[in-house]
Unconditional design. Structure first.
Length: 132
């Protein structure tokens, strides 16, 4: 019996160490490490898609750059649950809507934003919950 207790304890210890090793990976998903939180960009464009799904709501839109060329942008918000509590629905934003989005750009310079502010064409600011 003493042998089984040792094996059980060793297994339990191995599982605990494994979970501790994986914890940073799970928490990294919810961080802003990919974004430059010291900068903010604002981009106005036309919505092409709005994904009101877990784990993070995503908005996709097209905007013109300084030379007039069309760029495809995407932005990430907090969870649908948090946005629902702030007043959002699946139809808060629709393809074809003109919106102005402000937030943190990626460190890589890609056309992606961690969204902090969404303003509709009528000037209404949609509360973002500001969390991730």
């Amino acid at each position: 019996m003493g042998e089984n207790v040792k094996i059980t304890r060793a297994s339990f210890l191995a599982v605990c160490i494994g979970l501790l090793a994986l914890a940073p990976v799970a928490f990294a998903h919810h961080g802003t490490a990919n974004y430059d939180t010291g900068k903010s960009v604002t981009v106005k464009g036309v919505v092409t898609a709005f994904d009101f799904v877990n784990p993070h709501v995503q908005i996709f839109w097209e905007a013109k750059d300084d030379s007039g060329a069309t760029q495809k942008w995407q932005g990430e918000l907090t969870s649908p649950n948090r946005l629902t509590r702030a007043g959002w629905t699946k139809s808060s934003i629709k393809p074809g809507d003109t919106i102005t989005i402000s937030g943190y750009p990626t460190k890589s310079g890609s056309t992606e934003i961690w969204i902090q502010k969404v303003v509709t064409s009528s000037g209404e600011e949609l509360p973002t919950g500001l969390g991730n």
